[in-house]
Design a protein around this ligand. Structure first.
Ligand code: IYR
Length: 206
């Protein structure tokens, strides 16, 4: 892709200005997704670089209401344990400003929930390399693609995630890594008052 050098910084800045508007949303409207958006976003995610080009990812798009309900119920069972017992006091204190708890209505409210699996070595799948890095980059592209289409996302990580194999009917070599509700924000949806680190806090020049 040829970009004249004198336009490069402006292009980067324009992309930054779009991405800087992205916020994690936890309250979704029932409004359906425009046709084709999820498919194009998954194609974009699947352009990510991966170790040895194994492309060790699978994207399960759940829209069926009954399956979303099963997903919610199973996730909430794990999350109840997390908030009541598994999380350390330090972890709970770090989450307090976000206002999260065991309740996960967004898993039913969002019109689509994308469950992202890492694909490990199995009977029909090769050994992947740098699996977490590869899948993480793909998810970053997925979030960016959906955001620039005007859709909101939530990067949700129930723990542990084994229940997702059953809910999504995936084989044992696939391991869920992210649960991403996608949709339009509910009217009046609020987001925490967060600030992002400035360039000088994240960039080291030498
Ligand atoms: N998985 C839990 C807890 C949680 C953990 C982190 I780190 C967050 O940034 C947000 C939530 C939940 O989804 O509530």
């Amino acid at each position: 892709m040829a970009v004249p050098a004198h336009e490069a910084a402006d292009r980067c800045r324009s992309f930054h200005d779009v991405m800087a508007q992205r916020r994690t949303v936890r309250d979704f409207a029932a409004r359906p997704l425009p046709d084709g958006v999820v498919e194009w976003a998954v194609r974009t995610a699947s352009t990510a670089p991966s170790g040895a080009h194994v492309q060790p990812w699978r994207f399960v798009v759940v829209t069926d209401p009954a399956r979303k309900r099963r997903l919610r119920e199973a996730a909430e069972a794990e999350e109840r344990e997390f908030y009541a017992r598994r999380a350390s006091p330090e972890w709970l204190a770090a989450l307090a400003p976000l206002g999260t708890d065991w309740r996960k209505p967004f898993l039913e409210d969002a019109p689509a929930v994308i469950v992202v699996f890492e694909v490990h070595k199995g009977p029909d799948t090769p050994r992947p390399y740098y699996t977490k890095e590869s899948v993480g980059i793909a998810v970053g592209l997925l979030l960016a693609a959906l955001h620039q289409a005007g859709l909101a996302t939530l990067t949700h990580t129930p723990s542990p995630m084994r229940f997702l194999n059953e809910v999504c009917e995936r084989p044992a070599e696939e391991r869920a890594a992210y649960v991403i509700p996608v949709g339009y924000p509910a009217e009046g949806a609020r987001v925490p008052d967060l600030r992002r680190k400035g360039l000088e806090e994240v960039l080291v020049r030498m």
